[in-house]
Each structure stands twice: as structure tokens, then as C-alpha cells.
Design a protein around this ligand. Structure first.
Ligand SMILES: *Cc1c(COP(=O)(O)O)cnc(C)c1O
Length: 357
């Protein structure tokens, strides 16, 4: 058995894979594969409507927000956000808490002035900056909720005098949020919501259409909202699989139940990292992510040997990102506590082996 700690595309529930594979062969006894049906068919309309309803229900989205299923990944949102929300020659504010934030800033600079309110780059992003001032004359304030590479997460929503925009690619649906606090939330699905190929955007309608910019239709949120995410051919299969995963989450009890599980999962792993003399965490304790747990060895020369043991125990995808090194265990919703326990046991086994030397 494999335990998939990969950062993304990442683990989804086995039941979802099972049902998706059946739909590839024969979608609901229609004699057709989900891969060959029209995106304008009744069958797919039901899928995308259910996906949207589930997102609305699971995140308790208030009136006045559009829920969009787009393509291009979170990276496309780095450009679409300023295009749609920042006036021509305008200004937006960003928090620099990691590589994804930096990329969002770079794209934003192509459309206006970006005010970077704070950065933790000098410490290789081991913490999320605090105590900055958000200018009230900027169009919006953008921050990355969970820094997938560095294993840091911001649990409190920043207090902002201007609309909040958040990249929640790697922690969407892992904890409760108050959508009304935000102007726009986006998330590439392949971390915690579904397979690669679909990107979720939740946007407050009254922020749109105010930039004075003549946007290409495909990059205009309003075009997608007006068409119910069917402006052009959407990623049918990715939306279908995401819908199955949203159903799974609802059946588990929803985001509040998931959040409690995620707290226990993360705590179990961090406790072992702090207890085990061979390992240490890399992120500032107060900012430790519940989704991506980054850690290194006190003696880096042992890392290869630990990776080999982990592989033997069926632990997949725990090698750290090159910019942090060591290890990263991504522990998204679909990863069960039993997989965490296998990782913890393997760390203990490794420590025991080296204690006896
Ligand atoms: C993975 C990731 C991205 C990039 O997502 P793509 O869908 O590959 O463009 C952006 N932001 C965060 C926080 C991520 O984890």
C-alpha cells in the first residue's frame, strides 16, 4: 500500500478514483463515457451545477458571489486578478510570503503598480510576515493563505481596508473560512479539491467591471460568470472528479469536521518532528501549515537513507522542495491519519536504528 504525501497533483479518496474510473467506461449507464459527452448536455449540466452547489454549501458562500470553474491553474489567476480588479494605471498591495506570492507579484506588475507590504524572503520564507500596513488607496490586497513550498499558513484573515484576494490553492476546503471577508478567492484544484485542470474562483460580483480595461473575453470573469463557467468548453472530466470529491467531503461531515481531522493529523506529525532527535521543523511554529509539513534532519547526511526507508514503507512524495530541502509531507484532506501514523512510525524506527549505533 502507498501513502501519497505528494504536494500536487495529490491524493484523492480511493472512492473518488473508483467512481471516476467507472464513469470513464460508462457514465451512469448512458452507454457513453464521461470523456465523450457534450459540455452542453443535460448530464454535464447536472454535474457542474452540483459542483457549484457543493462549493457554495461547503464554504457557506453568501449571496452576491460567483463561483467559477476555470482553466489555466492558479498561475493564470496571478494575471487574471490584476486584469479584472486593478484599474488601468492603478495600484494593488501584495504580501510576499513565498515563491507563489512572488510570481503573483510579478504578473501584477505587468498591469499596474504593486506595493509589496512585507516580505519574509530574507529568511527563506520560514514565517508569514506580520505587522504591515495595507494601503487604503490600493485596489485590493493579495496574500497566499498557505505557502505550499515552505509549509507556512496564515490562519487569521488579515484585517484590510480594501478587498481581500487570497490564493488558497493548497488549503481551500481544509478549514472554515468566512467568504464574506474576501473579494476574491482562487485555488488550483489539484492540491485539495480535485485533479489538475480546473481552477476554482469565488468572486464578489460588485468588484467586477470597474477597471476601464478592455479584456479579452477568455480572461474576463464576467464572461465566465454570465455563462455559468460554460463560456467555452470547460475541463469536463476535471470538474466531474472535483464534484465527486466535494460529495465525499460533504458525506464526511463537511469542512468543520475535516478541519478537526486536519488539526489532529498535523499535530500528530509536528509532535513527532519536535520529539524525534533526528528531525527538526523548518517553519516558525506559530505559522506551521496544516497542509504541508516541512522538516529537515539535524544531520543532513542521513536524509538519503531516511528517504530510502520511507520508500520501503510505501511513503511517497515526501522529498522536500528544492528551495527548502529535507522533507515535505503534504497532508491534504484525503490523506488519512493512518498514513500519518505510518510516517511517524518510520521516523521512530529510523531514530531507534541510529540511537543504537
Ligand atoms: C501549486 C500552487 C500554485 C500554482 O498552481 P498551478 O495550478 O500549477 O498554476 C499557486 N499557488 C499556490 C499556493 C500553490 O500551491
Amino acid at each position: 500500500m502507498k501513502h501519497n504525501f505528494g504536494a500536487g497533483p495529490s491524493i484523492l479518496p480511493k472512492e473518488v478514483f473508483q467512481e471516476a474510473s467507472e464513469a470513464v467506461l460508462d457514465y451512469e449507464q448512458s452507454g457513453l463515457s464521461i470523456l465523450e459527452i457534450s459540455h452542453r448536455s443535460k448530464a454535464f449540466e447536472a454535474v457542474i451545477q452540483e459542483a457549484e452547489l457543493l462549493v457554495r454549501e461547503l464554504l457557506n458562500i453568501p449571496e452576491g458571489y460567483s463561483v467559477l470553474f476555470l482553466q489555466g491553474g492558479a498561475s493564470q489567476q496571478f494575471a487574471m486578478v490584476p486584469m479584472n480588479l486593478m484599474p488601468q494605471f492603478g495600484k494593488a498591495a501584495y504580501l510576499d510570503s513565498g515563491v507563489w506570492a512572488t510570481k503573483a507579484i510579478k504578473e501584477g506588475q505587468k498591469f499596474g503598480t504593486i506595493d509589496v507590504v512585507a516580505s519574509s524572503k530574507d529568511s527563506n520564507y520560514t514565517f508569514v510576515p506580520q505587522g504591515y500596513v495595507i494601503p487604503d488607496d490600493a485596489a485590493y490586497f493579495h496574500y497566499t493563505a498557505n505557502n505550499t513550498i515552505y509549509g507556512t499558513e496564515l490562519f487569521e484573515t488579515p484585517l484590510s481596508p480594501i478587498p481581500l484576494v487570497s490564493d488558497m490553492s493548497s488549503d481551500i476546503l481544509s478549514r472554515q473560512i468566512n467568504v464574506a471577508d474576501y473579494g476574491l478567492i482562487y485555488a488550483g484544484a489539484q492540491k485539495n479539491m480535485g485533479p489538475a485542470g480546473v481552477t476554482l474562483v469565488i468572486v464578489k460580483n460588485d468588484l467586477l467591471g470597474k477597471t476601464g480595461r478592455d479584456l479579452p473575453s477568455i480572461f474576463d470573469y464576467r464572461k465566465h460568470a454570465d455563462a455559468g463557467s460554460l463560456y467555452n468548453t470547460p475541463p469536463v472530466f476535471a470538474i466531474y472528479v472535483a464534484m465527486l470529491n466535494l460529495r465525499w467531503l460533504k458525506n464526511k461531515g463537511g469542512v468543520a469536521v475535516m478541519e478537526q481531522e486536519n488539526i489532529i493529523k498535523a499535530r500528530t506529525l509536528y509532535e513527532e518532528i519536535d520529539r524525534n532527535p533526528l528531525f527538526k521543523g523548518t517553519a516558525k511554529v506559530a505559522n506551521r501549515s496544516r497542509m504541508n509539513v516541512t522538516f529537515v534532519m539535524e544531520d543532513p547526511s542521513l536524509e538519503k537513507e531516511f528517504l530510502a526507508l520511507a520508500e520501503e514503507r510505501g511513503l511517497v512524495g515526501i522529498k522536500g522542495h528544492r528551495s527548502v530541502g529535507g522533507f515535505r509531507a503534504s497532508i491534504y484532506n484525503a490523506l488519512s491519519i493512518s498514513s500519518i501514523n505510518v510516517l511517524v512510525d518510520t521516523m521512530q524506527e529510523f531514530a531507534d536504528k541510529h540511537a543504537n549505533k
